[in-house]
Structures are given as structure tokens and as C-alpha cells.
Design a protein around this ligand. Structure first.
Ligand code: ADP
Ligand code: MG
Length: 395
């Protein structure tokens, strides 16, 4: 993969695919982590005299122009963080975009409107996607792929445009790939993976692949209940995916065969309802009352997990241990995060909600070796899949 240093960008129009898909409350950006993560590449390009054209998506407007998904608030925030004006194009690749791009001087930055206002961006049909890619590529002379959070998508701006322009990987993608390589090649052991989050079905592929690589797999969060049920325990009203029970039994058997230490919660916070102010008790994981639901791992589990993390050399953590959005059920997630922070291991956090949890709990982001900007993308990489946006940058 070529990187930024291999491109001569001075005076040239460079299209950068960034990941600026931030959470919005109206027009207020509630977490600008992804904008910040895109700054180094944009600064490097502008500093080298490029005319920088940034493209990105926001939410799922499904191929229609929907004002509530406009990137305009992002352009404003990007300008504040860069410390220079960011021109905002009124469309993605039409007259507005062309006019904005023509007005750019060396070192200036423009942001195009939400890529997903164009149906061609996400089209399954190759010709339709390619036609949009040609319009987008027509705005620029060079392409830089830096939207790590979108590289697992076969979308026009990620997959088709790099085939049409000389291209390179931006600093963010280069850094993310570097980290993911350390989790898949010559990984230092003990290698411990902590998985949580809501659904086990989201993470089947990654569990299957990790079982062949890791020394320990700690499972918490909503997905733990499908494992507990698969072991024959009742889980009350906890999150449960009945249709995954066979698959999960297979994982338990495979872990035993391979000698992987698969660790499940031994106690949980069993709540009366799914609510911030729900009453709860700490109960053993094999004795969850029928009218209760597990919303966090319990204190003994927190200690157990911390112990399993203490001597790790490499840790990957994806998915909160409980419903961290409710303060009363954030303790398990905090305990795992703190165990990572105090460990000497190479520690990687993947997953949008896990990264959001770290920030929400006020934990220092630099306490981890790396916080990935792409949840789905990093999981698919760890599943061993080929990611379209990385493949496109290879050749
Ligand atoms: P990530 O984005 O880090 O990959 P996921 O999207 O898989 O994580 O899961 C995050 C969600 O899982 C959070 O919204 C959290 O509230 C939810 N969750 C965690 N534990 C539980 C639980 N015990 N019951 C219900 N939901 C849970
Ligand atoms: Mg999530």
C-alpha cells in the first residue's frame, strides 16, 4: 500500500475519503472523535500545498437528500479543529461541488455534501456505482483513502474511486492496519480478547476466527447470556438469541478442544427492568431469577476478568460489559477499561460503543495503545475477511 509520502500533491486536487460519521443531536456534534482522527492526514495534505477535497458520509439517508443528514455542521467543526476555513459544497458531485472545488487554492480544504445523498454511493449494481464514482473522481487528480470506518463497505467512494485515480492510504488507515496486523501476525502472548455488546450474532465471525488465535476469550455484555443459556442456565429476561444457541455450543466445544480459556460471567447485576433507575441485585450467573434481566457483569466477574487480563501481553476489547449508558450498569465496562489501562500489554479498543464508553466514563484515551475508529471494519479484518477499501488501495 502506498502512503502519503509517495504522492506529489503540491498544487493538485486531492480527494480524501474520510470517516466523519459522528453522532449528532440536531446540529450539535455530541462526539467529535472521528473528526479529530481525520485531522493529521488533512493537515499533512494541506501543509504540502494540496487542494484538499474531503468526502464522507453521515448516517443512512438512503440515497436521498435529507437536510437532517447534511454534513454542514461537520464542516464547521472541522474548520474549528483545523484552524482554517473549510468550504462546504452544497452537493456531492454536481454543480455546487464543482464550483467549490474550482475556488480552492493550495492548502485550502473543502468538504462535499453527504456521499449517501447519492444512490450510486451504496448501489449494489456495479455500473450504477461506477457511474457515480466517475463523477466523484472527476473532481480531483489524486485520491487518498483515509476513512477506516468505511473500508469494509464496497461503496463508490471507498472501492471504485481508487481504481480511477492514482491513490494512497492516509495516515489513519495506515495506523489502523498496522495495529490490526499486530493482532493477527506474531501476536505477543498471552493474547486475551474481551468481547461484549448486545448481540452475539454481530460477532460470530470474529469469535470463530479468534478461537484459533487467542489464549483467553472473556465474554460479557448482552451476548454472555446466550453463552450462559447454552451451558444450560436460565437467564430470565436477559438478552438472549435463541437462534444462536447451537452456534454458541459449537464455540464452547471448540474452545475446550483448542485449550482456549473461554471465561463467562460468574455473577451479574439482575435488574427489574431495562431502565436507568431499575432496582437490581447481584446474583450468581447460574441463578438469574425468571423476572430479572442481567444488565451488567457483577463484582466477582470484574475481579475474575481483571485477573485474566493482568499478565496479558496483547489485548483486544470490543463491546461494553453492560448497559453502560445507564450509570448504575456501567461498572463492569469501567472495570474492564481500567484493567486494560493498568496493564503493560499492547491494548486495542475496537467498536463505536466501546470507544464512546471510554469517553463517557471519563477515562484517559491515551491509557490504551490504540482506540480504533472503525468497529465493523476492525471486526471484519479480525474475521480474516478481505476489506474492499483496503484491497482497492493495494493495487
Ligand atoms: P460496539 O459498538 O463497541 O461494537 P455493540 O454495538 O456490539 O458494541 O454493543 C453496544 C451495546 O450493547 C450498548 O448499547 C450496550 O447498552 C449494549 N449492552 C451491553 N450489555 C448489555 C446487556 N447486558 N443487556 C442489554 N444490552 C447490553
Ligand atoms: Mg455498536
Amino acid at each position: 500500500m502506498r502512503n502519503l509520502d509517495d504522492l506529489d500533491v503540491k498544487g493538485r486536487r486531492v480527494l480524501v475519503r474520510a470517516d466523519l460519521n459522528v453522532p449528532l443531536d440536531g446540529e450539535t456534534i455530541t462526539d467529535d472523535g472521528r473528526i479529530r482522527a481525520s485531522l493529521p492526514t488533512l493537515r499533512a495534505l494541506a501543509g504540502n500545498g494540496a487542494k484538499v477535497i474531503v468526502c464522507a458520509h453521515l448516517g443512512r439517508p438512503k440515497g436521498e437528500v435529507k437536510p437532517e443528514f447534511s454534513l454542514r455542521p461537520v464542516a464547521r467543526r472541522l474548520g474549528e479543529l483545523l484552524g482554517q476555513d473549510v468550504a462546504f459544497a452544497s452537493d456531492v458531485a454536481g454543480d455546487g461541488a464543482r464550483a467549490t472545488v474550482e475556488g480552492l487554492q493550495e492548502g485550502q480544504v473543502a468538504l462535499l455534501e453527504n456521499l449517501r445523498f447519492e444512490p450510486g454511493e451504496t448501489a449494489k449494481d456495479d455500473a450504477e456505482r461506477r457511474a457515480f464514482a466517475e463523477r466523484l473522481a472527476g473532481l480531483a487528480e489524486l485520491y487518498v483513502g483515509d476513512g477506516f470506518g468505511a473500508v469494509h463497505r464496497k461503496h463508490a467512494s471507498v472501492y471504485d474511486v481508487p481504481a480511477l485515480l492514482p491513490h494512497a492510504a492516509g495516515g489513519l488507515i495506515a495506523a489502523e492496519v498496522d495495529v490490526l496486523r499486530k493482532l493477527t501476525e506474531d501476536t505477543e502472548r498471552p493474547y486475551v480478547v474481551v468481547l461484549g455488546g448486545a448481540k452475539v450474532s454481530d460477532k460470530l465471525g470474529v469469535i470463530a476466527n479468534l478461537l484459533t488465535r487467542v489464549d483467553r476469550l472473556l465474554i460479557g455484555g448482552g451476548m454472555a447470556y446466550t453463552f450462559l443459556k447454552a451451558q444450560g442456565h436460565e437467564v430470565g429476561g436477559s438478552l438472549l438469541q435463541e437462534d444462536q444457541l447451537d452456534q454458541v455450543r459449537g464455540f464452547l466445544a471448540e474452545a475446550a478442544e483448542r485449550g482456549v480459556d473461554l471465561v463467562l460471567p460468574v455473577d451479574v447485576l439482575a435488574a427489574t427492568d431495562f431502565a436507568a433507575d431499575a432496582a437490581f441485585d447481584v446474583v450468581p450467573a447460574d441463578a438469574i431469577p425468571a423476572d430479572r434481566q442481567g444488565l451488567d457483569i457483577g463484582p466477582r466477574t470484574r475481579e475474575l476478568f481483571a485477573g485474566k487480563l493482568a499478565d496479558a501481553r496483547t489485548v483486544f476489547w470490543n463491546g461494553p460489559m453492560g448497559v453502560f449508558e445507564f450509570d448504575a450498569f456501567a461498572g463492569g465496562t469501567r472495570a474492564v477499561a481500567e484493567a486494560l489501562i493498568s496493564s503493560d500489554a499492547f491494548t486495542v479498543v475496537g467498536g463505536g460503543d466501546s470507544a464512546a464508553a471510554v469517553r463517557r466514563l471519563g477515562l484517559p484515551e491515551d491509557g490504551f495503545s490504540h482506540i480504533s475508529t472503525g468497529g465493523g471494519a476492525s471486526l471484519e479484518y479480525l474475521e480474516g475477511k478481505t476489506l474492499p477499501g483496503l484491497a482497492a488501495l493495494e493495487d
